[in-house]
Structure formats: C-alpha cells, structure tokens
Design a protein around this ligand. Sequence first.
Ligand SMILES: *[C@@H]1O[C@H](CO)[C@@H](O)[C@H](O)[C@H]1NC(C)=O
Ligand SMILES: *[C@@H]1O[C@H](CO)[C@@H](O)[C@H](O)[C@H]1NC(C)=O
Ligand SMILES: *[C@@H]1O[C@H](CO)[C@@H](O)[C@H](O)[C@H]1NC(C)=O
Length: 470
Amino acid sequence: MDPLEKSVIACPSMVLPFLFGFLFLLSGDFRAATAAECKGRWIYIRELPSRFNTDLLATCDDFPLLFELREQQEKNLRPFIANHGLGPRTHNRSRSWYRTDPLFMELVFHRRMLEYPCLVADPAAADAVFVPYYAAIAALPFLYSPDQWNSSALHGRDLTDWLRRDRPAIWSRRAGHDHFLAVAGAAWDFDNDPAQTPVWGTAFLGLPECYNLSALTLESRAWPLQEHAVPPPTSFHPATLGRFDAWLARARRSRRPALMLFAGGAATSSGRPNIASSIRAECELRRDLCDIVDCSRGACVHDPARFMRPMLRARFCLHPPGDTPTRRSTFDGILAGCIPVFFEEASAARQFGWHLPRRRYSEFSVLIPKEEVVFGGRRIADVLEAIPPGRVRRMRAAVLELAPAVMYRRHGSSAALRARKDAFDLAIEGVLRRIRRRVQAMEQGTNPLVLVGEDEEEQQQQQQQQPSDR
Ligand SMILES: *[C@@H]1O[C@H](CO)[C@@H](O)[C@H](O)[C@H]1NC(C)=O
Ligand SMILES: *[C@@H]1O[C@H](CO)[C@@H](O)[C@H](O)[C@H]1NC(C)=O
Ligand SMILES: *[C@@H]1O[C@H](CO)[C@@H](O)[C@H](O)[C@H]1NC(C)=O
C-alpha cells in the first residue's frame, strides 16, 4: 500500500479542485524511500476536513483592510494560489520564477509534504504528525475584519477541538508533542493574551494544545516558545538541478558595479530617525555607490524581476528591519549572491538557525548596529568599502553556498534536484529533531516544554549532515 496515495485519497473534497489534482501524476519518478532511510523520520498527515485548509482559500479576498494595509495595487490574492501556492509564473516562458505570495507558504508546505518520501498511513508508527491547517489564512477574519477583532481568541479553537476529538489516540499518544504545522506569518501576530482586549493579532499560539505542538513560522518571537522561523518562500522555484545550477552560475558570474542596494518602501512619514530613512538618505547622496529599488505601494511583492536584476548587480544588499525585524528580501538577496548587511541581530541571526548557520554569520554577512548609523553618524558605504575585495569574493561564495538552503524547489522536481536539501527539507529535519527531543523528554518523565538553545540544535544539524543522511 502506498501511503502517499492514501493521503491523496483522504484529501477532502475541494472548493478548488485544481489545487491538488497534480498529485495523481506523482508516481514513476518517485522511488519509494527504504525503511532504513526513513528510520526516525516517518510522518503521518492528519486527515483534516477541508474547512481547515482548502475551503479557506475561497475567502482570502474578502478582507479589504488587508489590501489597504498592504497598499498594493492588486485587490485579490486568489491568482497567487496557482501552482499549489507558488503563484503564477512571472512570464509564460519563465520556468523557475513565480509571483509567490508568502501568505500561501502553508499550501507550499502542504503540497511538499504530500511528496515527502517517508509518509506513513498508520499514525501509531509515525515519528511526527503534520497538521495541514492553513493557520494564517484562517486568521484573516480576526486580523482584517474589525467586527471580528474581539473574537480573535477563537482562532484555531475549532481545530484544536477537532485534533483532540477525532481519533483521540492520535493526539493523546504523545499529548500532541509530536504534532507540527506551518504558519505563514510572524509568531507575534498569534500570541495575544486571550484575557486582554485584542489590539491586533490572535491568541492561536496560546491555546493549550498549541503549546504542545511545534509551529514553523516566518518569524519567531524574541524568546521563541513552540515556534521556529523558516525562510519565507522567495519567487525562485526551479524543478531541475540544471535550472538551479544555471541560476547560480549566473549569480556567480554577474558583474556587480553597485557597492550596495536598498530595496524597500518609502520612508515613513513619522519623521523620527530610523535606520531605513538613514539608509535612504545616504543612498540619495551616493547614487554612484548605492542603488535604490522603490518597493512602496507593494510594488515588489509579486514582481521579482523588479528587485532580482538590481540584486545581481550589487555587491551588498541592505536589510534594515521594517515593521518586523526580518525581511523576505534577505532571502532574495542570498539567491542573487548579494551579501546581506544587517542592522540588528534579530533580523536573522536569532531567527533562522536551521537554515543560516548561526556561527557562520561573519563569513556571509555584515552587521552594522543601527544605532551607529542613526545616531553615531557612521556611513554604511565607508564600512563596506573598507572590506578588501578578496574577502568580498569569499563572502559572496559563502552566500551562494547557502542558496540551496533558502530556496523552495518546485513540487515534483527532478530526482537530481531532490537530492539537494532545500528550505523545506531543512525545516522538516529541524522539526523532527525538535519533536524527537520533546518525545524523549516525555519518555524520561521530564517537561518536554523546557527549551533547548538554538546552538545545540545547530550542532546536531551539522552532525547529521552526513552524506548517509540522504
Ligand atoms: C500567456 O499565456 C496565456 C494563456 O495561454 C495567454 O492568454 C497570454 O496571451 C500569454 N501571454 C503572453 C505575453 O504571451
Ligand atoms: C471590543 O471590545 C471593546 C472592549 O470591551 C469595546 O470597547 C469595543 O467596542 C468592542 N469592539 C467591537 C467591534 O465589538
Ligand atoms: C500538553 O502536554 C502536557 C505534558 O507535557 C500534558 O500534561 C498536557 O495535557 C498537554 N496538553 C494537551 C492540551 O494535550
């Protein structure tokens, strides 16, 4: 019996039948993984009713406030559901580039999970349990419908009830500590105190059940609890190793006349000093060294060509914190071989430990504390120009080495590309490690919620990255 097929059949009736139709094509190229390869990595997918995932997609355009806040021209998101959440291709002839909206990262994970080589049909045999809930899409009414703000503590309650009531043995086997899900948002949007009148966000991560499960989010809190940040999907989703390597070769060869690049929105009108406006001011003065891509009014979200071409021509990409510390453009820049410049540690070094090795930040990035720029009058161009060319080349090589780890390849990719670990593969490895630790703690009678430092996770990751692993 093929567990993949079973999960496909179990997949509920769809409002958007095209969504998972492609799955039936999976077979020939997908060699079954052996039991030895899957040891410790078996995953069971919970068979959720469609109201928890695909049905929600039909509602994603119902929130005018979302479009207002995003300030983007398009007033609908449904076109970006195409290709299982990767979005439409940028052009008819484009093979690897899509107009990907990070909101649909939950679909991307769901789709990739369905072709995970170690799926198991029996939950009692699973090392981990994937919950294909579209948490961030389910949160839209609580975030963007003012009449629902006061009910935002309800976000996810129906799901957690269902998880405990439907085939209760699946949850109770490990009190949910083996469950995980993907959340296409920042953890702080979901950590409200249900006892307080909400200003923004929902209380999803504070539900008693959600303390026990692991969440893969696009950004974690300063003191992450059950969540771990994974890279937001960029627009690059190659399906073959040839296309991936061709892009890397292009990024490696690219001439880079610009010292630095800033791709971002217009300066905020608040007028208070902040790092983004300092960067803009410096760039305006030094157009010979600094390139600016205007991303205001949501101009960049669905248009990768707008910023990828300039990123290929710049040696350094500036990534100041925006509304939240992290930026998707950090990952676009890595794919372009543009060396990231951070202005606070929270922007990446405290976030993406499974994907960007924490101890190697100085090899592939530059950190200029924002206070030194905003209040100390330090010029970014001076710092970057002082880095010797040989070191810049080594840093760029280190950046491009990270490219596979931050890229989400297209579902149904060639076997050769599947042999490279991408952002999804590393996220799954990370969450399996975390669940293994929690389950061990439970078995030893200690508290599974006691946190383990990221450094230790990273060490384990490095130990496990042996060729035998895959
Ligand atoms: C792209 O393909 C679509 C559908 O096949 C077609 O309607 C459209 O005209 C094409 N666009 C270009 C620029 O060729
Ligand atoms: C939400 O609750 C607050 C405090 O109880 C109240 O002032 C406000 O009017 C409520 N808003 C809505 C939309 O019901
Ligand atoms: C969460 O896990 C703890 C054990 O760590 C368990 O006592 C508790 O009942 C679990 N919560 C739920 C809602 O299952």
